[in-house]
Ligand binder design. Structure first.
Ligand code: XIL
Length: 360
């Protein structure tokens, strides 16, 4: 009997080795890392959506449900219904929740941008928003994108309603307003991990250099910050995947060397889409390679602790509307929730875990 038992045990072991993990979630759990996706709560009524989500991911982030337009119908009211739906779903499926985003120059409601508030009023409005929202989600949202896209492509602090148009009273004082919002956020929820989230600063360029300098200075001056979010919307076509992967690895390495965590927050790899929705098979293969190499760059840095895509099915992705439907098919599952080559690349890399490889 024992012989029989041990034979079936070794059979299980062989199947696990040969077939690998059965989901991204299982592979990420085994590797001790978070694998997440942006979600839209109004889609929770679609069973293929929720089943895939719960099976494949151990983290979610509301794509829009915790942004100002959802939370703030007007200056005196908060509406947490959509955000709370995400929290309920995540808790029911034992998933972590990343919050996004408290301070951004985009996607702000008209009452905020058109009412000509003074700097003093804006400072009060923003401080109150951060405090109220983080208090509401205390103990539920474990990490927040406190500020999103605050640096321009030249590495300068980006003009914005919160910085200098008219700002919160720290106009033309460089990164002082960013420091201020991190301090407010830390006071609001001292247990939440606080992230600076940015686009197009994933590799090595003027923007990522500026972010690195800001992080170095924040760490030196005791600004409460825990990590950097690298958005990672990365087209694969006409891209030199080798050099992108090497730069992303180097950028993550220098940020984590400061004692910060890095989360890949919005990974997607848009492809050219024909008017009939078709994509070239060779593009799908390049896309898979891009996913593989980005995930590997994260896994090979111990301080890179989460990998998240911006949605998971091509049925629902911001890329289509954002590109007038000339680009799309950017995610690991197709329109019918079938796994693509990109999914298999993700699964293989996550299953291989953190063991460093020479190719970054
Ligand atoms: C996008 C959402 O995906 C869309 O649904 C919404 O209409 C606009 O915002 N960088 C970010 C995200 O940080 O918040 C953006 O999300 C995509 C780019």
């Amino acid at each position: 009997m024992f012989k029989h038992f041990s034979r079936s045990l070794s059979l299980v072991a062989i199947i696990t080795v040969v077939c690998g993990a059965q989901s991204l979630r299982q592979a990420a759990d085994d590797a001790g890392l978070l694998v997440g996706t942006a979600v839209r709560p109004h889609l929770f009524s679609e069973s293929a959506y929720t089943q895939t989500l719960a099976h494949q991911y151990n983290m979610v982030e509301p794509e829009d449900a915790m942004k100002w337009p959802a939370l703030r119908p007007n200056n005196s009211t908060y509406d947490f219904r959509q955000g709370d739906e995400v929290v309920r779903f995540a808790q029911a499926h034992r998933m972590k929740i990343r919050g996004h985003c408290l301070v951004w120059d985009h996607d702000n409601p008209d009452w905020l941008t058109k009412d000509h508030f003074t700097a003093r009023q804006l400072s009060r409005i923003l401080h109150e928003h951060i405090t109220r929202v983080m208090t509401h989600y205390h103990g539920e949202v474990f990490a927040w994108d406190v500020i999103n896209e605050a640096t321009d492509e030249n590495g300068k602090v980006r003009d914005s309603i919160w910085y200098n148009q008219p700002g919160i009273g720290l106009s033309e004082k460089g990164t002082a307003y960013i420091e201020q919002v991190f301090r407010w956020a830390h006071t609001a929820d001292p247990h939440a991990l606080l992230f600076y989230n940015e686009a197009e600063g994933e590799g090595l360029n003027r923007k990522s250099d500026a972010i690195y300098s800001m992080m170095k200075s924040f760490k030196r001056h005791g600004v409460p910050i825990d990590g950097v979010g690298l958005q990672m919307h990365v087209p694969a076509i006409d891209a030199d995947i080798d050099s992108i992967a090497a730069e992303v690895f180097a950028n993550i390495a220098r940020l984590t060397a400061l004692g910060l965590q890095v989360h890949i927050t919005e990974l997607d790899v848009p492809l050219t889409v024909e008017p009939d929705g078709a994509v070239r098979p060779s593009d799908l293969a390049r896309q898979a390679e891009m996913y593989r190499r980005i995930v590997r760059a994260c896994l090979n840095n111990a301080g890179c602790t989460a990998i998240q895509t911006w949605g998971f099915t091509d049925k629902y992705s911001w890329i289509g509307s954002h590109s007038h439907h000339t680009r799309g098919a950017a995610l690991p599952f197709d329109q019918t929730y079938q796994p693509k080559a990109a999914y298999r690349a993700l699964l293989e890399e996550l299953s291989a875990g953190r063991s460093p490889r020479s190719d970054h």
